[in-house]
Design a protein. Structure first.
Length: 131
């Protein structure tokens, strides 16, 4: 999931919506980890555990330049009651497309969202019988 901003600082707000009837797996560590393409970018709240049925996070960034990006990788474990549990890796990326040097105090909010589709039922295979 990608978005862009022209500000050198701001917040990446992300949300992951689980399929209807699913919840985060109890005891599994759903979490985010954040990286940047530049070592000059300062990231706040970049690593944390996730909870809730609509998983939300806010990650701050500062000192970004044109061409930099901030990537939030979410690892989400989810399941239905009394059913198999699944996981999904989702990447949220905020691309810095240019910065306004005359307005260094401006910041932006990059809103990104992803809805996990309802998993397909597993297919059962018929094993051929040989006579």
């Amino acid at each position: 999931v990608e978005g862009s901003t022209s500000c050198a600082s701001g917040i990446v707000k992300g949300a992951v919506t689980l399929p209807s009837g699913y919840h985060l797996t109890r005891g599994a560590r759903s979490r985010i980890q954040t990286t940047s393409s530049s070592e000059n970018v300062t990231i706040t709240n970049g690593e944390k555990d996730l909870s809730g049925n609509t998983v939300q996070f806010e990650v701050g960034f500062e000192n970004a330049n044109a061409g930099d990006d901030v990537t939030v990788n979410a690892l989400v474990y989810f399941c239905q009651d009394d059913d198999v549990c699944l996981s999904r890796n989702i990447s949220f990326r905020a691309n810095i497309v240019g910065t306004d040097a005359s307005s260094s105090s401006s910041s932006s909010v990059v809103n990104l969202a992803y809805s996990i589709p309802t998993p397909e039922p597993e297919m059962s295979f018929v094993v051929p019988q040989f006579e």
